[in-house]
Design a protein around this ligand. Structure first.
Ligand code: BG6
Length: 486
């Protein structure tokens, strides 16, 4: 890989400690980092490089998976990290940063390739981007790329404005919009599953598939993020990005070539074909809910409205379920159900593809179970097929059995390792293209409006449950049910 500098803005933040540095460390241990490579950590705290390295070492011990077994790599890894203290709103500081980067590049013989990573609050995105250009940091002999965390806007309008500002400094192909769900190994596996299995290719359409169910349930509540979450809700926090990305990844046509351009083009076509919702139809297809008090993992937990920092009587959605249709010949008439919620019974992210029922009954009049393909994204990453077979032990009666594949979780890379490696190589396949983001905002816009105008009911669900009954009824209307893991 080409030599480069990674400039990490927001280096003293939580995400850097929990995800980014542990991912970089594992990449270092596995010899996946470029040579030479320099990390310039940018933060507001008045720290020396040494103090910052101690902070990273501590973070690696707290959150890194294999730091104790890999301790011999710790010091050489930390040596690659330099710290630059600056106020992100101070334009002049960027010129100083520029000189600092140039000196480092000369010292280490790095050829001017620069990867800027914005792991900062969204209010800083635009200012940083403008200053990167003004200061000359974006003019070098090498390439430049921008990795940017969510949220990418808080509605269609603000997302467009943000995009316009970024476009003044970066070309679309230089922008790597992170949706960390796209870094999860089982999500990245979706294209390959179809590409490499004619069996799956053959059934991936409305002739064989009855419905698709995508769930991202969490046991955590709002945690210490009420200030953000209470103005965001599940619709912006999870549906607009992660859940719609999973819909695109599941429903897209196989591109002729597996290039980032063609993959993202196919995803965009899915998003373009999702039937738009009129605001007056939101109540029919979308369930909004909020958690009440209950028990999660045996512990009594507070209702959302009683959480610290949540506004009194807040109507924020902590759970959303929706039914959507993709109007293409392939998916016409197949409902895609998506749901996400906080304080639910289990942490589980999965895609369940339910095949059409064989309709026949066996010789004793029992109805056959449908074939299910379950892609478990988290936990227990893997794949399960539910198929019917003649039971040797039950007088030859047909029974549903599950075929499981579960790779060793310790061997699976973390999402951030895959994403960083791709951005370093210049592979944008698993980053959100602007059009995907724009179309996603467009699709959720009427839902956000209906929520904000309280035009749809706010259902309540007990913490530690599977969500509100209304979400079950959404599927029952179509003769389906949410599948748990078979
Ligand atoms: C983040 C959301 O994007 O995704 C959080 O802001 C959520 O609210 C998290 O908890 C879930 O991610 P994961 O990887 O734990 O499923």
């Amino acid at each position: 890989m080409e030599s480069m500098t990674l400039l990490l803005f927001g280096a003293t933040g939580d995400l850097a400690a929990r995800k980014i540095f542990p991912a970089l460390f594992r990449m270092y241990v596995n010899k996946q980092l470029p040579q030479p490579f320099s990390i310039i950590a940018v933060g507001r705290r008045k720290w020396s490089a040494r103090q910052f390295q101690d902070h990273v070492a501590h973070a690696l011990h707290m959150y890194g998976q294999d730091c104790t077994t890999q301790s011999q790599h710790m010091q050489p890894f930390l040596q690659m990290i330099d710290y630059f203290e600056m106020n992100l709103k101070d334009g002049r500081a960027y010129s100083e940063l520029h000189h600092h980067v140039q000196r480092k590049e000369e010292e280490l013989q790095i050829s001017g390739n620069r990867l800027f990573y914005l792991s900062v609050a969204p209010e800083f995105f635009e200012g940083i981007s403008v200053n990167l250009k003004k200061s000359g940091l974006c003019n070098s002999t090498g390439w430049k790329r921008l990795m940017i965390e969510k949220p990418f806007g808080r509605d269609l309008q603000s997302a467009r404005e943000l995009n316009q500002t970024l476009a003044e400094t970066f070309l679309e192909e230089e922008i790597y919009r992170i949706d960390h769900y796209l870094g999860k190994p089982m999500v990245q596996n979706l294209e390959s599953l179809e590409y490499a299995n004619p069996m799956i290719q053959a059934i991936w359409n409305n002739e064989y598939i009855a419905n698709v169910q995508i769930t991202a349930s969490e046991t955590v509540g709002v945690e210490e993020r009420a200030g953000y979450y209470d103005h965001t809700g599940a619709i912006r926090d999870m549906i607009q990005n992660h859940l719609l990305q999973l819909v695109m990844m599941t429903a897209m046509h196989l591109p002729r070539h597996m290039t980032p351009e063609e993959i993202r083009d196919e995803k965009r076509k899915v998003m373009e074909a999702i039937r738009p919702l009129r605001q007056e139809d939101v109540g029919q297809h979308v369930i909004r809910a909020q958690y009440e008090t209950g028990y999660v993992d045996g512990q009594e937990v507070a209702a959302y409205r009683d959480e610290i920092g949540v506004a009194k009587g807040a109507t924020t959605d902590t759970f959303v379920a929706a039914r959507l249709f993709i109007d293409t010949p392939r998916w016409q008439g197949v409902p895609f159900y998506i749901r996400t919620g906080k304080r639910m019974k289990e942490k589980s992210t999965r895609i369940v593809v339910e095949c059409k029922s064989p309709k026949q009954q066996d010789s004793q009049g029992d109805t056959l179970e449908p074939n299910l393909l379950v892609i478990r994204i988290f936990p227990d990453e893997g794949i399960t097929w539910q198929v019917n077979q003649k039971s040797p032990g039950k007088d030859g009666k047909l029974e549903a059995v599950s075929l499981h594949y579960m790779p060793d979780p310790n061997k699976l890379p973390e999402a951030y390792e895959l994403l960083l490696a791709d951005a370093m190589k210049g592979n944008a396949a698993h980053f959100a293209h602007w059009r995907e983001v724009e179309l996603s905002w467009q699709w959720v816009e009427p839902i956000i409006q209906a929520f904000e105008q309280n035009a749809v009911p706010l259902h309540m669900y007990e913490a530690g449950s599977n969500g509100p009954k209304a979400a079950d009824a959404l599927l029952e209307q179509d003769g389906f049910q949410w599948w748990l893991d078979p």
